[in-house]
Write a protein of this length. Sequence first.
Length: 599
Amino acid sequence: MAGFETSRRRFLGTASAGVLLGTPKGQDPRTRGEQSPNERERAIDSNLDLGAVYIPFLGTKWDECIDHQPAVGQYDIEDSGVIDTQIAQMKQCGISTVLFNYGENERTFDRFRAFKDADRFANIDVEAFWAIGRIFERNLDFDRFVEFVAEEMIPLPNYKTIDGRPVVTFWSPGYLVANDDAKEQIRDEWGGLEGLFSTIRTELTVDGTEPFLVGDIGGWGVGGFPNDIETLGRQFDAITSWVASPDPGLNPWDEHREEVEESFRRSFWFAVENDLEFVPMVFPGFNDEPNSCWGDDRHVPRSPSHLAELFDLALKYRTTDRTYIATWNGWPEGHQIEPGTFDGHDYGTAYLDVVKDAATRTMPPFRIESFVPVTLSFDRTVEESEVNPDTSPEASRDLAFRCSELELLTADGDSVAAYNVGRREAEPQFTEGAYHTAQNDTRSTRWLGGPTSQTRLYFRRERIEEATELRVRGVPIANGIAADVLVDGTRTDSLGFERDGWQNYVADLRATTTASPATARATTTTQTRGSATEPGATTVPRESTGRTGTSSRGTTPKPRTDPASSTSGDVPGFGALTAIASFGTMACLQYWRSDGEAD
């Protein structure tokens, strides 16, 4: 599909996933440790590149914080025999990489060295899972932590690589933009996020090979990524997500699963738009109620079936054959899959059986070609502060058009699919130039525009192929705003918007036109046509309004008015609607706490 060629960051199956991602089918040809005959016999041939997060600081937590019972017994990172058993168990269910939880404090160095001393360490890949925010939260020595990864982890023959590049995954990097002190320090020492991660890339480049950086920002996507998180996300080569940041109290599974899917969906499209990969992270549940140290009574019911459901979602939203598991042994927060007894329930190998099933299933190829981008390229936007005196220039948005409905139509005017804009479950996927939702008792909406003056959204290809027109309902921020309509990068029509209440504007999706942006064919329609519904598509009643568009039949645009002459009372959307805050932002801020060790 046009616009999605591969690049140094994006692979999308241009080579065998096994060879490219270092899966068991295509092992990196570096020197590896020898497996025992029994382990070679029992290790499975996985179709997924599975990495499991490993928590190394459990030794002092069994008596101090928790009292669960792993099948191997309560253990410490010094117990090399236990580590050997764990590595064998991982390999036997298809896990090929240990994501070693790194950077909690300065004891992380000795813990990794102890883990590395296990006899079977060389039989599995290892990767740094770096809690980068601890550097700033606990005033740790940044240079020392970067140096350790560069000198004692990456050079290992079994360090995880993608296309030859060593992989470093950053856990909860959102702290870097959510915490004011961290932001100030990063600005003072590195000039901002770009400078910080440029330094990390440079310092972790070994023998001329640049690292492949993965950032855990997915949880911020629920409700739409905030701008500073989008900036953060662009520093990485891939993004992932944690456990969807459960709230204190019981989080019913169905509701939490919806949050996870929203996180996956937003992460997928952010990755596609920014030429990144999306590595989904799955987990069996969450329960830190028994944790007397940092538990916050957060509970998402645990179940092997829940883990299986998330593997299904990961398969749906992945852009690579990589998937992370949270976690192998996160006993303090109840998201471990390691065999044992948790809170009195002995679940045996039930979770490992789910992992093995996921690892050995047939993998359909990833296809971004299933979707088509449609772009509204506005000729201009208006600063929100110019028309709304309650908005400061610093908080001002770049606005063009307030949209409430979208509908794909056939040439006969029949509905293919209709969408309620502003209702995340009933709208296409916006990836650029769409602000957070707003709603009242009458309608839900989004303001379109943005810093680039264009809004991009994706429809399923089969819908676009069936439709010939797109109906856009809404009101512009000012008179005389126009927009080109592009389907998969090709201009097909243009629209001219006028401030005459809520109007329907209809654009041709098929014809390539050279007409200037203009207003045209005004009609009135009151009927509600049934639509072939799909996820994100509903039947939307049409109100009696004008129907305006251009295509090659366009006419001359009306004179444009000075947007500065408008007032907040003239512009629908200011003062009448309450914006829905991104609860993903609030949840991730709440989630950041002294999980793990405080010393």
